[in-house]
Design a protein around this ligand. Sequence first.
Ligand code: ATP
Length: 442
Amino acid sequence: MAQVILENVYKSFQRGSREPDENRAGISSGSHPTAVLRAINLTIQDGEFMVLVGPSGCGKSTLLRLIAGLEELTGGNIYVGDRLINDLPPKERDIAMVFQNYALYPHMSVYDNLAFGLRRTMKGRQKTNDRQQATGDRQQDPDLIQNSQLTTYNSPSLPLWAENLLIFSTRKLPKGLRYQSEREKMIEQRVREVARILQIEPFLNRLPKELSGGQKQRVALGRAMARYPQVFLMDEPLSNLDAKLRAETRSQIVKLQRQLGTTTIYVTHDQTEAMTMGDRIAVMNAGQIQQIASPLELYNRPANRFVAEFIGSPPMNFLPVQFKAPLLITHPQFRLTLPETWAASLQRYDGQTLTLGIRPEHLSISPPAPKNLPVQVELVEALGSETYLFVRLVGANATSPSLQARVESDHPVRIGDQLWLSLAPNKIHLFDNKTGQALDPR
Ligand code: ATP
């Protein structure tokens, strides 16, 4: 286990000269480097579960691949523990990566899939490294990364090829007649332990094609775990699973990570996954980290409008408002006085337009009042436990944004109804219109 430090990391890709330039309406502009990651600074503590979350294309997978050693850094440093790993090949990083598409060996049983990395690990560190350096190939399977704990195993007296030959040629015999070296016994112990934790013991003799998606994903996790790496990297490992299995496997991964205490970096574009799994979350957008914080901190105190909109489901509502010192907020359809705690931080915004943010769960159906929002209901989604209302401000022009409110399910609301919504005063967010930065009420 180890701390991972990303220090001022940059990554650019050279785009091909024949590739259309997305920013120039398809006009080819010749080969040029495009920055996909900029000034990434992030420390993941030893044993921490860190989630990287952000929209498609923001650079999450690229960052993970840089840590794994599958891409070359353009700038900056990456440390695992106190080792600078910038130039180390993947196998020497002691990192295991789990991908979205499982990447299991189809012709091997589950047992052999789990044991594969362990068997390769014990082949001898020097030989493997020499070969990899000679090929210069950075696109190696990170599953073959060395595991420092396993290298403490004493070399067998038989040459490895002879041992493997004996293992494979006797493996179909009754158990007592099978050849099993000390090395293989150790591997079996590890494989069974991992299979027990992941509840895949009944499938050890099956081929991957005989497993469901969730079972395959557990095998892929098990294969990474079996080597007890210093760091796990997981790239959207649940995205091929259906909703129920996804939720189940999500909690299994969290439980496992707590049990093993292995530093984990988990990539997802799904904010629910991020919120439920991470000790901390790094929210990314357009190649940059927007905020690093615990799930609740992100929800309660988003640093900017992007984070406010990305974290929380359904997303936060936004409305342009005028601010008048000391504490008055006005909008053509409502006016309200903010709590005292805002006075100091809003002083310099007197007379300016700000963006007010309010989450759907912080709007509630209330009696008419100047401080409340008069709205017309456009859509009702009754989920049983709660109801989502899609509403529009009464009297606002047609281009004004639709708002969402989450209300208790026992309110009898129908499409076309006109009602009043109040804003929970302590749950209001305000953002600087020019920078998008959140203003702090304290
Ligand atoms: P997703 O959630 O869709 O997987 P992501 O956040 O993981 O997205 P990346 O895969 O890291 O995003 O890609 C970030 C940006 O880098 C994208 O614009 C992508 O097109 C670009 N990119 C990724 N790999 C390469 C490459 N090998 N060559 C050129 N551009 C690349």
